[in-house]
Structures are given as C-alpha cells and as structure tokens.
Design a protein around this ligand. Sequence first.
Ligand SMILES: Nc1nc2c(ncn2[C@@H]2O[C@H](COP(=O)(O)OP(=O)(O)OP(=O)(O)O)[C@@H](O)[C@H]2O)c(=O)[nH]1
Ligand SMILES: [Mg+2]
Length: 296
Amino acid sequence: MAYKSGFVALLGRPNVGKSTLLNALTGHKVAIVTPKPQTTRQRIRGIVHEERGELVLVDTPGIHRPRTRLGYHMVRSAQAAAKDVDLVWHVVDLERGLHVEDRWVADVVRRVDAPAWLVANKIDRVSDWRVAVAPFRELAAYAAVFPVSALTGAGVGELKDAAFEALPEGPQMFPDDMVTDQAEDVWIAEVIREKVLELTREEVPHSVAVVVEEKVPRRADLTYVRATIYVERDSQRGILIGEEGRMLKEIGRRAREDLETLWGHPVYLELWVKAQRHWRDRDDWLRRFGYGLADR
Ligand SMILES: Nc1nc2c(ncn2[C@@H]2O[C@H](COP(=O)(O)OP(=O)(O)OP(=O)(O)O)[C@@H](O)[C@H]2O)c(=O)[nH]1
Ligand SMILES: [Mg+2]
C-alpha cells in the first residue's frame, strides 16, 4: 500500500468543535478546548502518524467579525491556513445550526482550490443529523458530508479513513514522535489560558494572554515553571487574583495538574498577573504574545 501524506485545514466559526476534533484525531491534547468562543488564537498543526501515512491537521481560529487587531489576525491566520492544503474541512455545529459566520467560512472555502468536505459535528446533540445538516449543504460545493461527534468519537474513524484515502501519495514530513508543531512553552501557556477561560466570564477570557517566562528542571523529578498572565485592566487583574489570591491559586492548581499528567512528575508553577492596557489592539504586544505573525 502506498504511503500517503498531506495537509487538511479545519475551518469553521468559533466554538463548533474544531480543536476537539483535532485532539480526537491525534489522540493528544494538542489544542486547548473550552465552552467559550474564540478559544483558539493561532494556527496549530496536529499530526496523525499511521502505517498508511501521515495526516497533518491544521486547526485554526474560528472565523468571526473581528473587533480588535487580535481578532483580525486570528481570522487572517484561518484564511491563510486554507491555502496550500490538500483538503479543507468546514466544521459546523449541528446543535446550534446555521449562522451568518458559517456563510463567511463558506466564502473562504469556495475560494480555495482543494476539495472541501462538510464536517457536521455534535451529532450527539441532535435527534436526526440529516435534518440538521440540510441548511449547511447549500453553502458550498462540498465533495462529501461527514456526520461526527468529536466529543464521543462517533464517525471520527470514518472521517479519518476517508481523509487517508483522499490524501496524495507522498513522503513522511514530520518525525514519528511529533504530534504538533507547537513549541512546548506555547503549549504550557495555552494550558494556563484554558484554565483562565474555564474560570472567568464575559470580557475577561478575551483579554487574557499568557507567556511562559522560565522553565527549568529543579531536580530530576521536579520542573519549575514561571508564567505571566496578561490582562487589559487593573480590575481584571483583581478578578484573576481573586479574594486572598484564591482565583489565581485555582488557575495554578488546574494547570499544574495537566502539566503533571503529561510529564509524569511534579511541577512547581509560579503565576504572575500583569495589566497591559489595550494589548489586543497593539501590534507590538500581539507579536510579543506570538499572535501577530502571518502564518504559513
Ligand atoms: N456535545 C458536543 N460538544 C462538543 C462536541 N465537539 C466539541 N464540543 C464542545 O464544544 C465546545 C467548543 O469546542 P472547541 O473544540 O473549543 O471548538 P472550536 O471550534 O475549536 O472553537 P474556537 O477555538 O473558539 O474556534 C467545547 O465545550 C466542546 O466540549 C461534540 O461533538 N458534541
Ligand atoms: Mg479551537
């Protein structure tokens, strides 16, 4: 059997389950997942290695109407990710149904040369996926429609099989043990941001960026990590620290548990919170956080 390899871009509006699908297909927590829209801010590759080939999935920020420079860069990076891929998946949320943002995604999908598949996610939340998917079918000339639940795994195997089938023959591009192109520090910062998103509401989740400042092995069995959580206002800083530091402690506890699970040894996580006014609209800060760079 010929070895297949290629790229698949996962496009969709925010919160439809793109990152959940990426994680389900790779079998790793490559991207963070939260119930909040606009969780993913950068393109993230996840790599599925199998004997039959290599499937490189490109997770992207949800396409929406940007209100900040950050939002603008997010949407741009999603659009850019759709170029030079072998396949595009338009991921939609059957539970919440058709939204104007799905039309904007379809506009992007129609402009790319690669074949597009409609990936109808959250089938676990609807009684009849065929009925729920009907309004989406007309958005673009989809070459195929796949009903899945990224959460339960239903249909995900079929989607993967079909993707391998569709990929061109080609060489392996990434080492066997590489499941993502995301640097480890970035992944750590993302895990911390995930906990902030879980624990905060309204504008706070959107105002948060995390930078890992230091990561050093203290002993053979302990890693020390120091990170700064940036917010936009002093009031948000107060929320993140919480009464007697309780909120920050909880963020740290949850993040530390995830890191310890992955690394299999204790972690000492030190978190700081700083306010940086309007960082979402400042290109210098966006670059510092790694958000301003053009992808691919
Ligand atoms: N019931 C159900 N929930 C799902 C499914 N897939 C994802 N979710 C949930 O939907 C929410 C959003 O999931 P994400 O994977 O973060 O969505 P996303 O498309 O990556 O979102 P952005 O990064 O904001 O663009 C989370 O609460 C997931 O647990 C599914 O198949 N069924
Ligand atoms: Mg995401």
